[in-house]
Design a protein around this ligand. Sequence first.
Ligand code: ZN
Length: 192
Amino acid sequence: MNHIARLAGMSNFLDWRNRMMHAVWRQEESLSEEVLAWMSKTYDEFGEISEDEFLELWTMRTFSMARSAFEVIQESVLDETGKSVTGEEFCYVNYLRDPEFGPVGVVRFKSVEVSTPDWAEVLGVMAEGVQEFVMDYYAMVWPVCGRHAFGLHVDYLHETAVWKCNGGLAGGHVIRAIDPSIPTPQPRLSHG
Ligand SMILES: [Zn+2]
C-alpha cells in the first residue's frame, strides 16, 4: 500500500470509529486502550460494519464479559469463604436491552451496572455487585485485608481492576488483581 492509500485507510477508519463512538454514546477520552484496540481489531476483521451491527457486537461483548467476570469473582468468594453466589435463587444479574435507556445493553447486578466491553471495568463493577450481595445475603464483609482486617474496595491501577485496602500509612495498599489470572500491578514508585 502506498503512503496516500495508507493515509486514506487511516482516515476511513477514524471516520468509522467516530461514527461508532457516537452510536454507543461514548467519547474517545472515556474509552480505555483495550476498547479502542478492540474497535480497531473489529474494523480490520469486518470492515465498515453499520451502527446497528456494531451496537450488537458491543452489547454481546459486554454481556459475555460480565458472565466471565461473574464466574471469576464467584469462584474467589467460594475459595475464600466457602459461600456460594450461584444457584437458582441467586439469579440477580440482569442483562437488559431497552432502547429507552440507551443504544447498548446494560448489565445490572445489585446497585451497580455496566455497559462498556472493557474487562477491567466489567470486572470491577461485577466485583462490587458480588461484594454487595455477600454483605446483604450472608451479612459478611468480603474480601478483607489480612493485615488490617478492613474490608477491601475496588480500585483501578494501570487499567487493571484491583482490590485495595485503605489501611496502612501510605494511603492504602493494593492487595491483588481482582482477576487471579492477572499479576498484581505494582504502583509506580517515581513519577519522574
Ligand atoms: Zn490492609
